[in-house]
Design a binder for this molecule. Structure first.
Ligand SMILES: [Zn+2]
Length: 514
């Protein structure tokens, strides 16, 4: 049977707070391809903050070119908005692919047709796409009626007699909320407010003790008592959307951009006045400004340390080698990194240096590509190892058979000698046979051990490399960097045309081959 050829497309934001994103997207796409029995023949991806424009999205542009050349049958993406959030672009891409007979499939929608593109495009443009889901439709209706779109917040009770999802103010909890707002606006810290409430045996949400976090939460995510807009009579919904992980069946929450949040006035649920709400916002602004100032101070201090030319460790730079001389890349001063041989003795012509921030970003993008490459090659490599193993096994079988024959002959010679047929020629023959048997036994022993290691090597390699790359997304720990370098080889930093004046390439090496 002819297998359809599929390519995967993923787009991920450069925001390192969401490092799992590309892995998740590719895994979901791969699973879709596997379920459908497609052969994955390529992978395209872009690192882009926004899906709104095709500018700077080389991956997608290459995909379109290769699609035009009919190098595959299917494009597979996690969702339509990974390809584009712009309706016109989306329609154009779909049309061009359809023209050359390439189908577009997404994990969330299956095969994408024209109607889909139009409909989804509109929805995406409004950032409301998940509202189209059946369950959400019901919830949205309730939100618009000013009822609960999620869990029950502190300060409210279920008003069962007013229909599903309706709520009303809890007259015992509402004064506590007003008190928290007042104290915070007056300059008390969330931790102190929590301690005072706990000391009075006033319980917090879900009957737990109060903590600073319960009160403070995260302003940008709208969590925490002082950030809950419901208390000023505004219901906010659609802060996040949910994707179902087909492997585990678990729902994964993804934050929605603030533009897609839905706000509904619910004056009957108001607990704090607008003036008090504003006072709390103001104090939060002050706190944020102060912490920004502290961060700036830290930055200035770091810069001063740089100018003192003290070595500043960037764990990631240990992954690099100079593309010209193969030597180390080191900190050469003023936050910049370059070839050690050039910096120390001008012994190398690689005079380019680059800023740590840029260098780290370049290395990270090489690592992400490496992670993808490793993942895409995991299976073929295991198959290759298996095939090599089978060959090896056949060779070992021949040796085992030969050993049986040789041992049989040794036995015959022994019998001849015992029968009194001893001759010098027989003695030489005996020696040869003994040698051969010893060599076969040694060979079989070594091959057996090698065989066991070789069969599991690709799997171990893949797992270990992905684990290390994953760890480096969190922090650039030198030991992890060095371990990874031993496995996948160094990244060469070579002078090149272009913006940074440098090219970064993984000197690909298949780690388990030593
Ligand atoms: Zn060099």
């Amino acid at each position: 049977m002819l297998m359809l050829k599929a390519v995967l497309y993923a787009r991920y934001s450069s925001d390192l707070q969401n490092p799992g994103s590309i892995d998740d997207q590719l895994r979901l796409c791969r699973e879709l391809a596997e379920r459908q029995g497609w052969e994955i023949v390529g992978l395209y991806h872009d690192e882009a903050v926004s899906g709104a424009s095709l500018q700077g999205r080389d991956g997608l542009q290459r995909l379109m070119e290769d699609g035009q050349a009919r190098q595959f049958d299917i494009v597979c993406a996690e969702a339509l908005d990974r390809i584009s959030r712009d309706q016109e672009d989306m329609a154009r891409i779909h049309k061009r692919l359809r023209f050359v007979g390439v189908a577009l499939h997404t994990v969330s929608d299956g095969r994408v047709d024209e109607l889909h593109v139009g409909f989804r495009g509109t929805m995406n443009a409004l950032f409301l796409r998940d509202l189209a889901e059946k369950t959400h439709r019901g919830l949205r209706g309730r939100v618009e009626q000013g009822r609960s779109g999620g869990g029950l917040a502190y300060g409210y009770d279920v008003a069962a007699d007013q229909g599903e999802g309706a709520r009303q103010i809890n007259e015992r909890e509402a004064p506590v909320i007003r008190r928290i707002f007042k104290l915070f606006a007056d300059g008390q810290s969330p931790g102190r407010i929590a301690a005072a409430l706990n000391a009075e045996d006033i319980y917090g949400p879900r009957n737990r003790l109060w903590s600073g976090t319960t009160i403070r939460g995260h302003r940008s995510r709208g969590t925490g008592i002082i950030n809950n807009e419901l208390y000023r009579g505004v219901l906010v919904w659609n802060r996040q959307r949910y994707l179902k992980d087909p492997q585990t069946g678990r729902r994964l929450a993804r934050p929605n951009p603030p533009e897609s949040w839905i706000r509904t006035e619910v004056p009957e649920l108001r607990i704090v006045s607008d003036a008090l709400w504003q006072a709390v916002q103001l104090r939060q602004d002050e706190i944020e400004n102060r912490s920004r100032a502290i961060a700036e101070g830290v930055r200035i201090a770091a810069k001063a340390r740089e100018q003192g030319l003290l070595p500043v460790s960037s764990g990631l730079c240990r992954l690099l080698v100079c593309g010209l001389c193969g030597g180390e890349i080191i900190h050469v001063g003023r936050q910049r990194y370059g070839c050690a041989a050039h910096a120390r003795k001008k012994a190398c012509d690689n005079r380019r240096t680059l800023e740590r921030r840029v260098m780290d970003a370049e290395i990270r993008s090489v690592l992400e590509e490496a992670a993808v490459t490793i993942m895409l090659h995991a299976e073929p490599l295991e198959q290759e190892a298996q095939a090599q193993g089978d060959l090896q096994e056949r060779r070992m079988e021949r040796e085992r058979q030969e050993l049986v024959v040789v041992e049989g002959r040794i036995q015959s010679v022994m019998t001849a000698i015992e029968d009194g047929l001893y001759t010098p020629a027989l003695k030489t023959r005996m020696q040869q046979l003994e040698d051969r048997a010893a060599r076969l036994r040694a060979s079989l022993q070594i091959a057996g051990a090698h065989q066991r290691a070789a069969l599991t090597a690709p799997r171990r390699f893949t797992a270990q490399a992905r684990k290390l790359i994953g760890a480096l997304r969190e922090r650039d720990d030198t030991e992890t960097v060095l371990k990874l370098r031993r496995m996948i080889g160094p990244v060469a930093m070579t002078p090149a045309a272009g913006q940074s004046g440098l090219r970064f390439t993984l000197r690909a090496r298949r780690g388990w081959e030593g």
